[in-house]
Write a protein that binds this ligand. Structure first.
Ligand SMILES: Cc1ncc(COP(=O)(O)O)c(C=O)c1O
Length: 337
C-alpha cells in the first residue's frame, strides 16, 4: 500500500513499511518447523542464501538488527576490550548500551561528518594489548550505509584499506549492514565484495527491503554457532519462524533492485529541502535546521511525517510504501517549509 492511500506520506523511517499482499501470501505458504531444533526449512533456506550472498560460511536469523549487531560484535570483542566505531554509529548511539550491558566491552569513536572510514584516526586510536595498562582494541565496526550520516555509502576502496590495516593489527572488522542492500544498488558493488572485507556482518530485511521483521548475523561457521547459543541466552530463540523468514526470502527476490526508486525519491526530496542531491547516496536525507522540531510539526500539519535525529537535524527516509506521487507531494510541502 502506498502511503498516499492514507493521505499521509510517512518519511520517518524505512522500518515503517507494511508487508505487501504478495509477501503476506508467501508468509502464509511458508513451510515451518521448530527453529530452536534447527528444523525450520524456510529459516535454513534464508540463512544459507544470505551467507552465500556475502560469501561467508553461515548466517543466523535474528528478530532485530540490534540483536544481530550485539551477537556479531561479541564474536570479535570480549569483556574489557574495545571496539572502535564512528561517533554516530547505530551501535554507539541507538542500541541503548546493549554492547556494554551484554558483552562488557567499551567503545571509542572517531568523528566523520559522512560516517566514513577515517583510517589515519583509526590508526591513532588503535590500542594494542599492553597488559594491565590500556583497554585493547579487538575490532573496528563500520556502518554501510551510515544511517545518521544520511545514508552515506562507504567506498569499497576505503573498506579494503581498513581490512588491510585490521589484518596487520590483528583486529576484527564488523560491518553493520542494516542497509547494505542500498549500498549495493547505489554503487553496483557485488554483495560478496562487501562480505570479503568483514569478519562478521549484521544485515536487515526489515528496513528498505520491506519485511516486517528480521535480520541476520553473517560470518564464519564458528561465529554463527557461538551466536546461536547467545541468541538463545538473550531470549531470541524463535520457533516456527519460517513465516517471517519467508517474508525475507520474498524481499530478497522482489525488493532489492527497486531500492533505486527510493534513492531517486530521496534526491527529489533533498532538492526540495535545499540539500545538494549529489550528496544523497541512497534513501536517507538529513537536513540541518536550527528549528528542527518546528519543521517536523509544520510538515505533520500538511500530512508529511518526518523526524528529528538531533536538536538541529531533520531526517527523511524513503521506502517501499512511498511511491513517486507521494514523494512529489512531500517535496512540494517540504519546499514551502
Ligand atoms: C544502521 C542500523 N543498524 C541497526 C539497526 C537496528 O535495527 P533494529 O531496529 O531491527 O534493531 C538500525 C535500525 O534502524 C540501523 O539503522
Amino acid at each position: 500500500m502506498s502511503t498516499s492511500d492514507t493521505g499521509v506520506v510517512d518519511l520517518r523511517s524505512d522500518t515503517l513499511t507494511r508487508p505487501t499482499e504478495a509477501m503476506r501470501a508467501a508468509m502464509a505458504r511458508a513451510e515451518v518447523g521448530d527453529d530452536v531444533y534447527g528444523e525450520d526449512p524456510t529459516v535454513l533456506a534464508l540463512e544459507e542464501r544470505v551467507a552465500d550472498l556475502f560469501g561467508h560460511e553461515a548466517a543466523l536469523f535474528t528478530p532485530t538488527g540490534s540483536m544481530a549487531n550485539v551477537l556479531a560484535v561479541r564474536t570479535l570483542v570480549g569483556p574489557g576490550q574495545e571496539v572502535l566505531c564512528e561517533a554516530r554509529a547505530h551501535i554507539a548511539r541507538a542500541e541503548l548500551g546493549a554492547h556494554a550491558a551484554y558483552t562488557g566491552l567499551t567503545m571509542r569513536t572517531w568523528i566523520d561528518p559522512r560516517g566514513q572510514v577515517d583510517l589515519p584516526t583509526i590508526r591513532s586510536l588503535f590500542a594494542p594489548d599492553m597488559g594491565p595498562f590500556f583497554v585493547p582494541t579487538a575490532a573496528i565496526a563500520v556502518e554501510n550505509t551510515h544511517n545518521f550520516a544520511g545514508g552515506a555509502v562507504l567506498p569499497l576502496s576505503d573498506l579494503r584499506d581498513l581490512r588491510e590495516f585490521a589484518t596487520e593489527a590483528g583486529a576484527g572488522i564488523h560491518m553493520d549492514g542494516a542497509r547494505i542492500w542500498n549500498a549495493h544498488v547505489a554503487t553496483g558493488t557485488p554483495l560478496r565484495e562487501y562480505g570479503a572485507v568483514a569478519d562478521v556482518m549484521a544485515v536487515c530485511l526489515s528496513k528498505g527491503l520491506g519485511a516486517p521483521v528480521g535480520s541476520l548475523v553473517v560470518g564464519s561457521r564458528d561465529a554463527i554457532d557461538e551466536s546461536r547459543v547467545w541468541r538463545k541466552r538473550m531470549g531470541g530463540g524463535m520457533r516456527q519462524v519460517g513465516i517471517l523468514a519467508a517474508a525475507g526470502l520474498h524481499a530478497l527476490d522482489h525488493h532489492v533492485e527497486r531500492l533505486a526508486d527510493d534513492h531517486d525519491h530521496a534526491r527529489l526530496l533533498a532538492e526540495a529541502c535545499g540539500v545538494d542531491p549529489a550528496t544523497v547516496d541512497t534513501n536517507i536525507v538529513v537536513v540541518e535546521r536550527s528549528d528542527a522540531a518546528a519543521v517536523v510539526a509544520a510538515a505533520r500539519e500538511e500530512g508529511v511525517l518526518i523526524s528529528t535525529v538531533g536538536p538541529t537535524s531533520v531526517r527523511l527516509v524513503t521506502h517501499l510504501d512511498v511511491g513517486r506521487a507521494d514523494a512529489e507531494r512531500a517535496a512540494k510541502v517540504l519546499a514551502q517549509l
